[in-house]
Design a binder for this molecule. Structure first.
Ligand code: SF4
Length: 242
């Protein structure tokens, strides 16, 4: 990699998650995950993924050291990506990432520590953005989304939510590429849920191939019928198929 290439260090944490968000990103097509990790994402800009629990080859104390060094040495210049919700019950002990002085370190404190000094935090997937499945009732581990954690701890680092279960890889790659190209999104680039409007600004409904049926109020009565599926969806929800 030439010295003219600007590297963006990235630390990726996984909390209460199924790893589906990672799998989705691994399936990215354009650019592919290889291009994303090895090549320049944009001319002169390269992602340096320093820590990812399931993708990195290393393990144990050396990789924890790399993660901790990133926050020490690259203050304000790295991106923290969080996949999965954050357990908060019992001091967060239901989710730990490595040890310090022989004691487990919770992902709750890792997120707080790493988010404080990051350029930006990306909450990837519905679990990280809003709690998702791990936060579903009765939520025994008291999982929360990253935004709630940062807010409760007074961390003001810019947060970008990329929900979806899993999110489409293009939404993630596009957001990272946009940060590399033009810096952090402006307030008006995000919606009320801190999602990039470029990817979340329109409903599927607005570009649905059956949209003309909706406008003409022609609704399908059963699966396989021509027509808009809106009413059929409501019938199925009423029947308990939600
Ligand atoms: Fe898995 Fe969905 Fe949560 Fe991602 S958002 S970690 S795919 S359950």
């Amino acid at each position: 990699m030439s010295s003219a290439v600007k590297e963006m260090p990235v630390v990726w944490l996984q909390g209460a998650a199924c790893t589906g968000c990672s799998v989705s990103v691994l399936n990215a097509m354009n650019p592919s995950i290889k291009n994303l990790l090895v090549d320049e994402v944009l001319p002169g800009k390269h992602i340096n993924l320093r820590f990812h629990p399931t993708v990195m080859a290393g393990s144990g104390a050396p990789v924890i050291e790399i993660m901790e060094d990133t926050s020490q040495q690259k203050k304000g210049a790295y991106i923290l990506i969080v996949e999965g919700a954050i357990p908060t019950a019992k001091g967060g002990i239901h989710g730990v990432v490595g040890e310090r002085d022989g004691k487990p370190v919770t992902i709750l404190s890792r997120v707080e520590e790493l988010a404080k000094d990051a350029l930006a935090v990306i909450a990837l997937g519905t679990c990280a953005a809003f709690g998702g499945i791990p936060a579903a009732n009765p939520n025994p581990t008291q999982c929360l989304g990253v935004g709630d954690i940062l807010q409760s701890r007074g961390v003001n680092t810019p947060l970008i939510n990329i929900p979806g279960c899993p999110p489409h890889p293009d939404w993630f790659v596009g957001t990272v590429a946009s940060v590399l190209l033009s810096g952090l999104p402006r307030t008006e680039d995000l919606d009320e849920y801190r999602r990039p409007k470029a990817f979340y600004g329109q409903l599927i409904h607005e570009n649905c191939p059956r949209r003309a049926y909706y406008d003409e109020e022609k609704f399908a009565k059963k699966l396989g019928d021509p027509g808009c599926l809106y009413e059929l969806g409501r019938i199925l929800v009423k029947a308990g198929y939600n």
